[in-house]
Design a protein around this ligand. Structure first.
Ligand SMILES: [Zn+2]
Length: 181
C-alpha cells in the first residue's frame, strides 16, 4: 500500500508545495522485508523522514529535498547489528507516464530518458523511489567502527588469524605464493 503519495492538484493550486512525510517504522519494515535491514528499537519516532519541495514544470514534477532513515544491518565481520543513519539528498524529475497508445513505435531512449521517472494520473507515488534511494546509500560491506565488533567474535577472528599464520597450512600458503610468481 503506497504511503508516500503526492497529489498533483495540491501542488498545482499554489504552484509549489512543501512536504514533510514520515517514514514510519511500519513503512520501513515493509519496504525492507526480506532483506537484512531492520529498524533500531531506539530510533527516533518516526525513524525516517522525507522532506520535499515539489514544483510543476510544465507537465513535469520536480522534487527537491532530503531523506533520512535509521536502520540496522548485520556487520560483515561479526554479524552483530550496525546502526546506519542514512541522510541523503532526494531529487527527482518525473514526467507523465505516456499512455499505451502514445508510445512511439521505435523507442530511442537517450541517457536522459533513462534517468526520468514517471508518474501516472494525479498522483506521484514515491514509495519505490525512496526505497531505492535508501538502498543505494547503504555500504556494500557494512562494518562496525574499528574495535567495535562483538568481543567474542574479535577473539575468535584473532585466534583464527594466528592459526592461519602458524598452522600446518601456513607452509602450503607460502608454496602457493611461490607457484604464483
Ligand atoms: Zn562487527
Amino acid at each position: 500500500m503506497p504511503e508516500l503519495v503526492l497529489h498533483l492538484p495540491e501542488i498545482e493550486a499554489q504552484g509549489r508545495k512543501s512536504y514533510d512525510l514520515a517514514l514510519s517504522r511500519a513503512w520501513l519494515a515493509d519496504a525492507f522485508e526480506g532483506t537484512d535491514l531492520s529498524v533500531p528499537d531506539d530510533a527516533p519516532e518516526p525513524p525516517g523522514r522525507l522532506v520535499l519541495d515539489a514544483q510543476k514544470a510544465g507537465d513535469d514534477v520536480v522534487l527537491q529535498g532530503s531523506l533520512s532513515a535509521a536502520l540496522l544491518t548485520p556487520c560483515a565481520r561479526c554479524n552483530g547489528p550496525v546502526r546506519l543513519d542514512v541522510s541523503v539528498p532526494f531529487t527527482q524529475h518525473l514526467t507523465p507516464r505516456p499512455a499505451a497508445g502514445e508510445l512511439p513505435e521505435e523507442l530511442e531512449l537517450t541517457p536522459e530518458d533513462l534517468e526520468l521517472e514517471h508518474y501516472a494520473g494525479d498522483e506521484v507515488v514515491l514509495d519505490a523511489l525512496v526505497r531505492e534511494a535508501i538502498l543505494l546509500e547503504l555500504p556494500m560491506r557494512p562494518l562496525h567502527p574499528e574495535g567495535g565488533c562483538d568481543p567474542e567474535v574479535e577473539a575468535l577472528l584473532a585466534a583464527a588469524e594466528r592459526r592461519s599464520a602458524q598452522g600446518p597450512l601456513a607452509g602450503l600458503a607460502s608454496l602457493k605464493d611461490k607457484l604464483k610468481s
